[in-house]
Design a protein around this ligand. Structure first.
Ligand code: ZN
Length: 300
């Protein structure tokens, strides 16, 4: 019999909640986070929405911020959710609902969701990268999430692709996401035509040679990062997330450019668009909740 998991995805603007059973999302709700009211208020909202979800066997939580997934608490959250740092999310939810709880950050959760329920099904060593305002990444190694020595692996947006280049939000400069994110594409596109102010507008005008040239140059930037990652991690697949990657022609262009620049023995790597969209975090949180060894004292 398959277990029923209540999954939460706590973001800066919305808390999504879902019930996942037998690999299917059978119920979904969404409420505003009201992040500015602080971590305590966010936790109360999370409890409220979980209480309304009926019966479940486990809870999986995907959340913004840096998570200690072994301890189940927030290592760091920025001022988007004041007072969230240090929050003992798992302990609190286990005390309240008396079921095992798993907690993981949102980027890693999305990778796990794609791993178990989406584009990565059946793959054991792959990357799940998301292109948007910045570039986020999750690394799945030998079928498991690789989190590094302090839960911070996969910050691929801050690989340096342009030494001495543009200043980045991380405090460094020349980072991958300053050149390969959708924000970077738009920054260059509006110089050509102010109407090209988002990814959708750009791909609508892709028949124009100057727009094609923009996208081609941006694809090169994306591929510089992929070359480094492919040679470092030797993945069988790279899953590309973010709305813009739903353009099949873009994914094929990236794959072609990547193959031209990596060593022949790496060329079995496939590029594939993410499949779960904005439900990936819910699915990933559920996957973690179903993995016993990520759970706390209740399972020990
Ligand atoms: Zn950076």
């Amino acid at each position: 019999m398959s277990l029923t998991v209540a999954a939460l995805d706590i973001g800066g603007t919305a808390i999504k909640a879902g019930i996942i059973r037998g690999g299917k999302l059978i119920r979904q709700e969404e409420i505003p986070t009201d992040a500015k009211k602080g971590g305590e208020a966010v936790m109360r909202k999370a409890e409220e929405i979980l209480s309304s979800m009926g019966e479940f066997d486990r809870i999986g939580i995907s959340t913004a911020g840096q998570v200690d997934s072994l301890g189940g608490f927030m290592r760091f959250a920025n001022d988007n959710i004041p007072g969230y740092t240090g929050m003992q999310v798992r302990q609190r939810m286990e005390d309240k609902f008396s079921v095992p709880v798993a907690v993981e950050n949102d980027v890693n959760s999305a990778a796990l969701g794609e791993a178990h329920f989406g584009a990565g099904k059946g793959e054991k060593d792959f990357l799940c990268l998301t292109y948007g305002t910045g570039i986020g990444g999750g690394i799945i190694a030998n079928g498991r999430l690789y989190t590094g020595s302090s839960f911070s692996a996969g910050e691929v947006g801050h690989i340096v692709t342009h030494p001495g280049g543009l200043p980045c939000t991380c405090g460094g400069c020349g980072c991958y996401e300053c050149y390969g994110s959708v924000t970077a594409l738009v920054r260059e596109a509006v110089k050509v035509d102010p109407a090209l102010s988002d990814g959708r507008a750009i791909f609508k005008e892709i028949h124009r040679p100057e727009v094609q040239a923009l996208v081609d140059a941006w694809a090169d930037e994306i591929v510089w990062g992929l070359v480094t990652l492919t040679h470092t991690l030797n993945p069988s697949m790279i899953i590309l997330g973010g709305g813009i990657m739903q353009q099949e022609s873009l994914v094929r262009l990236l794959e072609k450019k990547l193959y031209d620049r990596i060593m022949p023995s790496y060329r079995h790597v496939k590029l594939k668009a993410a499949e779960l969209g904005n439900t990936a975090g819910l699915f990933g949180a559920a996957a973690l909740a179903l993995e016993k060894d990520h759970l706390g004292p209740i399972e020990a």
